[in-house]
Design a protein. Structure first.
Length: 285
């Protein structure tokens, strides 16, 4: 009976995941919205939000049970923004220092670009593009945090431990990000070896980032700090650019790696303190 219940839980999670992935594949390979003036693959995210609410209500969860908690809404958003901005201040600082030492740093520039694995494309300064970037990333974080850190973890925790639940969800989130290199390979803009290398990098980094977001959600009891941090992660690399004599954002991968490494370590420290405080409270009860 226990194994049967676990299979039902996994079937629900994987069924929801593959439905959302089907929308994602269709948009990336057919609609290609991210290659249009919009610059964002937003259609499958909007459909994913619809799936999120349908499955949530079908499973008789309230929105607060999957992390959309009203209490301390603004507090957690501010914490997430501050945390995300803080680690990127460090990351940009290190990147600029490296370029200064090499004698190649020129300036920071504000414009909208479209993230493309290891470089940014586009150079738009019109307000419309900043608005699209912001709105697109809001839709993105609502869908991805709601599905992966909210709904999936809630469903999985019915039959699995918190650690197992976030690991399963994190791995799914990792593979969620391999669609870009696959499309690039089929479009002829990336070699097979390049596709494999980029898939490995994206799956590994996205899995670690997903664990971080899940832990932030556990610590705060809501999705909003993770959502704000996720928003900063996705948005800042698209609007704040480092220009050097070598080009624009040549060390972007280094910048992102530093930001994510620092934030992961800090969240791990916060989580250890959180666990120790809970143990201390139980021992004094």
């Amino acid at each position: 009976m226990q194994n049967s219940n676990k299979q039902k839980v996994l079937s629900l999670v994987f069924g929801t995941y593959f439905l959302c992935y089907a929308f994602r594949i269709y948009e990336y390979f057919v609609l290609r919205t991210d290659q249009t003036l919009i610059g964002e693959a937003i259609v499958h995210k909007l459909l994913g939000i619809g799936v999120l609410f349908l499955v949530t209500f079908w499973q008789h969860f309230s929105l607060s049970e999957i992390g959309f908690v009203k209490e301390e809404f603004f507090v957690n958003l501010i914490k997430g923004f501050a945390f995300g901005c803080g680690v990127f201040v460090i990351a940009y600082g290190v990147e600029i220092l490296i370029l200064v030492l090499n004698g190649s740093f020129e300036s920071l520039k504000l414009f909208v670009s479209f993230y493309a694995i290891n470089k940014n494309n586009g150079n738009r300064t019109e307000f419309f593009f900043f608005l699209i970037c912001v709105l697109g990333n809001i839709v993105n974080v609502v869908m991805e945090e709601g599905i992966f850190r909210g709904l999936f973890v809630k469903i999985l925790e019915k039959k699995y431990s918190f650690l197992a639940s976030i690991l399963i969800s994190a791995v799914l989130f990792g593979f969620w990000h391999m669609i870009g290199p696959i499309r690039n390979f089929f479009d002829g803009s990336m070699s097979f070896a390049g596709m494999i290398a980029n898939i490995c990098m994206l799956v590994a980094t996205s899995t670690l980032v997903a664990i971080k977001f899940s832990v932030l959600t556990k610590i705060t009891g809501s999705l909003y700090m993770a959502m704000a941090d996720h928003f900063v992660n996705n948005t800042i690399v698209n609007i704040l650019h480092v220009v050097s004599s070598l080009g624009t954002d040549q060390l972007m991968v280094v910048r992102i790696s530093i930001a994510q490494s620092v934030s992961f370590i800090l969240v791990l420290i916060f989580y250890i303190r959180f666990i120790n405080q809970k143990k201390s409270c139980h021992s004094h009860a």
